[in-house]
Write a protein that binds this ligand. Structure first.
Ligand SMILES: [Zn+2]
Ligand SMILES: [Zn+2]
Length: 213
């Protein structure tokens, strides 16, 4: 099962791989939230609009594309030794239907909470590796700025269906000729041949009265 911690390790590996020579348009586009104003007073909070632009990602072996930014709101609380971000984001994701292999648009909404501590990610140290999977990873911020892009990306990817479908009624492709059966029957007979054997038995039973007459 996918966990946020597993996802974080994967993303960190990707970020490391992408960093050398990554120009504009590669990697991710940080969303900076200035927290200098709430940092001084424990219990204070602020509300901010969010617009998170994500680069295409690989998920479940298929490409996931984001045609426009995810938008929403975030509330940031000063909890003393850490900041709590509560965010809601809505957007659309371009996915490939697992049955007919066509691209389609999937609306996605996520809401999440994440704690940020001041400092550098390296402070997490070696217990990142042997850590308990049930413990949520902690995010970090520095220079009075929070970046929620990576956290948002994790939650959006985890909200995607494991078997994307353009519609529940998608007919898929003919296993013999490959025609998109949503456009109509192909006539090659391949679609019928590939019926589940248990159903084929039923079909034979239904045919019997005909052969007797
Ligand atoms: Zn489909
Ligand atoms: Zn066919």
């Amino acid at each position: 099962m996918l966990t946020r911690k597993g996802m974080r390790r994967y993303n960190t590996a990707c970020a490391r791989a992408a960093r050398p020579g990554a120009g504009p348009g590669l990697g991710w586009f940080p969303v900076r939230i200035d927290v200098a104003d709430i940092k001084q007073e424990v219990g204070s909070h602020k509300l901010t609009d969010l617009s998170v632009t994500l680069d295409s990602a690989e998920f479940g072996g298929a490409e996931v594309r984001f045609d426009r930014p995810f938008t929403g709101k975030a509330k940031i609380w000063n909890l003393g030794d850490r900041l709590l971000v509560q965010a809601e984001l809505q957007g659309e994701v371009r996915l490939t239907c697992s049955r007919c292999l066509r691209e389609y648009t999937q609306p996605v909404s996520v809401s999440f909470e994440e704690e940020f501590r001041e400092g550098e990610p390296g402070a997490e140290g070696p217990d990142e590796e042997d850590g308990d999977e049930s413990v949520e990873p902690v995010s970090f911020y520095s220079d009075d700025e929070l970046d929620v892009t990576e956290v948002a990306r994790d939650h959006i990817l985890l909200a995607l269906p494991m078997k994307p479908l353009c519609s529940e009624a998608c007919q898929g492709l003919c296993p013999r000729c490959g025609k998109d059966l949503n456009e109509g029957p192909c006539g090659c007979g391949g679609a019928e041949e590939n019926v589940d054997p248990r159903l084929a038995v039923l079909k034979d039973l239904l045919r019997k009265p005909d052969s007797n007459s």
